[in-house]
Design a protein around this ligand. Structure first.
Ligand code: NAD
Ligand code: UDP
Ligand code: UDP
Length: 373
């Protein structure tokens, strides 16, 4: 048989196997939105010890307060652009600001975080024989010319634009992951995450779902950036965490898209938020029963939202305004999740109309604005 064989992959000496201890897991960026939900899930397994390394640029200790002091948990203030010496079996490498307003704030720092930070985590993985998962992004597809996006699409990215520190940074991070895999036999996993939302997002984070929900609660107009027909697909954070853990534990390097294929224009999203804010606010005076309450609202039949046709109640108090957009905003985005379904047995469970009220409740508590009823 003359078929060329791949070079043998060195078998890394796993830290936990050597010391017969628990699985020790590093989560970089673990004080952030997705990272802290991931930590919660990992800590549920009593065999896991979790170390978080975070510089608190966009994350906060508050997100992890329930674990501080726990014997299986450790929190390190650390910037991943500096070398890190710890002994671990797995690395979930999330450290990187994800909101455009934060990653554009110091673009040089963003690209350093993506490139030097990922290089350092790969050097660490190489030294200790750890498996490493990178949270890449749908932004690697840029302003995509194919729709929905499959992993085989190479993307349409502006290399010199204001978003490039993030999207080109992540593309280099993916390249580094594969070069360490091919050259040094490192076990890698790459998730291409599509827009994710849920409780604990920074209230003034600047991303669209958090903006709209905070605006609705504060009785401010929802700022739809023009033209408003651009689309995104929104994944609830518990589904995202489930997908990331399945990817880490499975046998496939990826890249694998993890996201919810339900696709919405920003105008549709704003209308959904109006609906949530109406359904969760007070019944109008005199409207006792749910049925009367229902009839007091503006009853509309919604367009198909990629989910279901459903009757909707719109909060007339919340206004939608059109504001200027930022440069290079992708016009459409929707994941093809065939690979995730086939290789990870994963697909999202929470629809947007079920996830938005959960996030709204969290934002109300943090903003100290109780429901009117
Ligand atoms: P986030 O901003 O809430 O969390 C990022 C965390 O990384 C924060 O805790 C921040 O303090 C930390 N961090 C940033 N730079 C760092 C550095 N140099 N050293 C150490 N820590 C640093 O963002 P998130 O939404 O939780 O995103 C997490 C990851 O998922 C990111 O890698 C992001 O690119 C990726 N992602 C997120 C989305 C999304 O919709 N949320 C979409 C695609 C990809
Ligand atoms: N590194 C790290 N922790 C480790 C091992 C390496 O942060 O436990 C960093 C190291 O500082 C280096 C990077 O990872 O900058 C890449 O390491 P590698 O060994 O691959 O390359 P080299 O040090 O030979 O440049
Ligand atoms: N957007 C909006 N209003 C806002 C914030 C964002 O209409 O207050 C739009 C933005 O133009 C983009 C989409 O929402 O088309 C998603 O933006 P976000 O910053 O949440 O994430 P992105 O997918 O661009 O990283």
């Amino acid at each position: 048989n003359s078929a060329a064989k791949a070079p043998p992959t060195p078998s890394p000496l796993r830290f936990s196997k050597f010391f017969q201890s628990n699985m020790r897991i590093l989560v970089t960026g673990g004080a952030g939105f997705i990272g802290s939900h991931l930590v919660d899930r990992l800590m549920e397994n009593e065999k896991n010890e979790v170390i978080v390394a975070d510089n608190y640029f966009t994350g906060s200790k508050d997100n992890l307060k329930k674990w501080i002091g726990h014997p299986r948990f450790e929190l390190i203030r650390h910037d991943v652009t500096e070398p890190l010496l710890v002994e671990v079996d797995q690395i979930y490498h999330l450290a990187c600001p994800a909101s455009p307003i934060f990653y554009k704030y110091n673009p040089v720092k963003t690209i350093k975080t993506n490139v030097i930070g990922t290089l350092n985590m790969l050097g660490l993985a190489k030294r200790v024989g750890a498996r490493i998962l990178l949270t890449s992004t749908s932004e690697v597809y840029g302003d995509p010319l194919i729709h929905p996006q499959t992993e085989s699409y190479w993307g349409n990215v502006n290399p010199i634009g204001v978003r490039s520190c993030y999207d080109e940074g992540k593309r280099v991070a993916e390249t580094l992951m594969f070069d360490y895999h091919r050259q040094h036999g490192i076990e890698i996993r790459i998730a291409r995450i599509f827009n994710t939302y849920g409780p604990r997002m920074n209230i003034d984070d600047g991303r669209v779902v958090s903006n709209f929900i905070a605006q609705a609660i504060r009785n401010e107009p929802l700022t739809v950036q023009a033209p408003g027909t651009q689309t995104r697909s929104f994944c609830y954070v518990s589904d995202m965490v489930d997908g990331l853990i399945r990817l880490m534990e499975g046998e496939n390097t990826g890249p694998i898209n993890i996201g919810n294929p339900g696709e919405f224009t920003m105008i549709e999203l704003a209308e959904n938020v109006k609906e949530v804010s109406f359904n969760l606010s007070a019944s109008p005076p005199g409207c006792e029963s749910h049925l009367v309450y229902f009839l007091c609202g503006t009853l509309l039949l919604s367009p198909c939202y990629g989910e279901l046709y459903f009757p909707r109640l719109i909060n007339p108090e919340v206004k939608i305004i059109s504001v200027e957009n930022t440069p290079d905003d992708p016009r459409q985005r929707k994941p093809d999740i065939t690979k995730a379904k086939e290789l990870l047995g994963w697909e999202p469970k929470i629809k947007l109309r079920d996830g938005l009220p959960l996030m709204e409740e969290d934002f109300r508590q943090r903003l100290g604005v109780p429901r009117k009823n």
